[in-house]
Ligand binder design. Structure first.
Ligand code: TK8
Length: 336
């Protein structure tokens, strides 16, 4: 037993840097693959670009964000799995596509939950928003911030939706999400779940008659090329959420985590403003491009709300009445 000491010393020198955890203030060279579903010229693409620039600036170029738009790394669902497994570092996508992973996310799917974007901001950025986001950590994801996808509106090729009855038989793509599926079945539509990445082709080939998304997406994803009618329903407010692979996040220093969080917040503030500015212009632009736009009378919207009541029940059953009530209370507070 003459060699143990030297062996231990050699082992300590070789393994030392690996064995000790990263210094809190250390920023290493790292590559971050950041995926998203819309194209580069969308509100989502612009905000991801800003995020990448902010991260580079704050880390002196050590943290490099490579951005992948147009679902080139996969659909929301596929990217979520890649993050959980550690094969991809970051993404932004709809909270609605996370419900299979973290059921509490379904609370944001409640039809007609918010009546203004500012109300949504207050609830999402407040305590209940964080509480829901923090649940992701149990499933291998870290949520950083909510961005705005926006109020969703309906497009289709069958007819303008003016009344509840007009949904009848319309083959409507919905996000792969049980609450959206249920909501549009209740409206009388033939609702089919489909990933966003397959949507344009499905509309183009007439595999589906319609879809629902914010004005921004209808414009930047060129749905106006393959859709005739746009009905202003504002039936749900969709958040996007920026998520990180927890497996990867846990290897980062405090400084690196701080850089990513700060940049995600800056990008959020930019993104919400940009989205709202674009949404305000988009309707007129869509009309210019030939879409036939109709507003729905308040009484008809009220009928749709009532028709959607069992879908709200479904949300409550999924997330629990305590969380549901808390969201309602914070929403009411933010509205006053
Ligand atoms: C983009 C989707 C999209 C969502 C949808 O990946 O699927 O309709 O609104 O924004 O998350």
């Amino acid at each position: 037993m003459k060699r143990p000491l030297i062996a231990i010393l050699v082992a300590a020198i070789l393994c030392g840097p690996l064995a000790t955890s990263v210094q809190a203030d250390e920023v290493r060279s790292r590559m971050i693959r950041f995926g998203y579903g819309l194209n580069e010229n969308s509100n989502q693409g612009r905000a991801v670009k800003l995020f990448a620039e902010e991260v580079a600036k704050a880390s002196d170029g050590k943290l490099k964000v490579r951005t992948f738009g147009s679902a080139s790394l996969g659909s929301d669902d596929q990217m979520q799995s890649a993050l959980i497994g550690g094969a991809q570092e970051m993404m932004v996508g709809s909270t609605a596509t996370l419900v299979g992973i973290t059921k509490e996310m379904a609370v944001w799917d409640t039809p007609f939950l918010f009546s203004s974007a500012e109300q949504a901001d207050a609830v999402l950025d407040g305590p209940v928003g964080s509480q829901v986001m923090d649940k992701l950590a149990e499933r291998g994801l870290v949520g950083l911030v909510y961005w705005e996808n926006g109020f969703r509106n309906l497009t289709n090729n069958a007819r303008p939706i003016n009344a509840l009855e007009d949904f009848s038989g319309v083959k409507l793509r919905v996000m792969p999400n049980p609450v959206f599926l249920e909501t549009f079945k209740l409206m009388g539509a033939n609702a089919v779940p489909l990933p966003f990445s397959e949507l344009f082709t499905a509309l183009e080939t007439k595999a589906v008659d319609g879809q629902e998304n914010p004005f921004n997406t209808i414009l930047t994803s060129r749905f106006y090329e393959v859709q005739k009618y746009l009905s202003v329903t504002n039936h749900a407010y969709s958040p996007w959420i920026v998520t990180v692979s927890k497996r990867w996040w846990d290897q980062l220093s405090k400084a690196e985590q701080g850089i990513l969080l700060e940049a995600a917040r800056k990008a959020r503030d930019f993104e919400r403003q940009d989205t709202r500015d674009e949404a305000a212009r988009a309707l007129a632009e869509l009309q210019e491009k030939g879409m036939q736009v109709n507003q729905i009378e308040a009484a008809e919207v009220q009928r749709m709300r009532e028709q959607a009541a069992p879908a709200v029940r479904k949300v409550i059953d999924t997330v629990g009445s305590e969380l549901f009530e808390q969201v309602q209370q914070e929403a009411a507070k933010a509205a006053s």
